[in-house]
Design a binder for this molecule. Sequence first.
Ligand SMILES: NC(=O)c1ccc[n+]([C@@H]2O[C@H](COP(=O)([O-])OP(=O)(O)OC[C@H]3O[C@@H](n4cnc5c(N)ncnc54)[C@H](O)[C@@H]3O)[C@@H](O)[C@H]2O)c1
Length: 294
Amino acid sequence: MNVGFIGLGIMGKPMAKNLLKAGYTVYGYDVVEENVQNVAQAGAVACKSIREVCEACQDIITMLPNSPHVRSVVMDAGGILESAGQGTLLIDMSSIAPSASKELHGELAKKGIHMIDAPVSGGEPKAVDGTLAIMVGGDQADYERALPLFQVMGASYNLIGDIGSGNTCKLTNQIIVAVNIAALSEGMMLAKMAGADPEKVFEGIRGGLAGSTVMNAKAPMMLAGDFKPGFRIDLHIKDLNNALETGDRFHAPLPLTHMVQDVLKELSAQGNGSCDHSAIAKYYEALTGVSLKK
Ligand SMILES: NC(=O)c1ccc[n+]([C@@H]2O[C@H](COP(=O)([O-])OP(=O)(O)OC[C@H]3O[C@@H](n4cnc5c(N)ncnc54)[C@H](O)[C@@H]3O)[C@@H](O)[C@H]2O)c1
């Protein structure tokens, strides 16, 4: 079966390769030719345009940075709206604003093209392993149509609600992760400044109520002073921008998100935008002159 894949970056490449391994014929396109060639070497059909993808595929996945990129791939001349046939299903797995998903879904529906939003959590390692968590918004029938693809790329997949709900779920995830990392950094710095070994504190609390997947993944990075991404600060700023925009739309109070966003922006302005988001610890290190490193 043919599947289109547009956006072959850090996440898209391994996801497309897992579909190839599962026996799908993948038609790949990216504005960066090198990325297309990378998946072509693994067996994908290299496409030179979105139109080429649309002509070959009834199911098309997009994995792009943010709302403007998805809007451009859908709405621009030669894009999905113009090139795809009636009955095509667009599975947008990018993390974008829920409002953008709804808007594009509405435009595509006018031409009988279906769309679901299906952002992911788990990062590159889980994209490689095919164990992503996939959060889906859209119609039940479209979700069921995409399910065999999700079963290849993910370990968990949940239909959250109508179109846009997948991205609302992802924004919720991103708020909780960012605030959690900030709290972890703040607590660890207090421990160190008060004379306790942060590594022993981590061991002391990880089995209790404060313990979390975020703590298990990020505390060791802070203790090692190793901020290799993982998930880049600049991507998290993008997600929190979308969360804040969504909060404005629904008058949802987001004081903690605002605070952490300011911290992330300051870190990015200081040249840390490509560091892992665990580098929030560096904000506290700069404030205090104390390193959390063992
Ligand atoms: N990297 C992670 O750890 C991670 C984890 C979970 C979710 N996400 C989300 O997944 C999405 C993709 O992330 P990524 O890390 O793969 O980003 P990336 O920047 O590595 O990849 C995006 C790809 O889209 C391509 N692209 C951009 N505009 C295009 C266009 N108009 N037409 C065709 N291709 C185009 C780029 O060339 C690039 O190859 C983002 O929304 C991100 O927030 C990323």
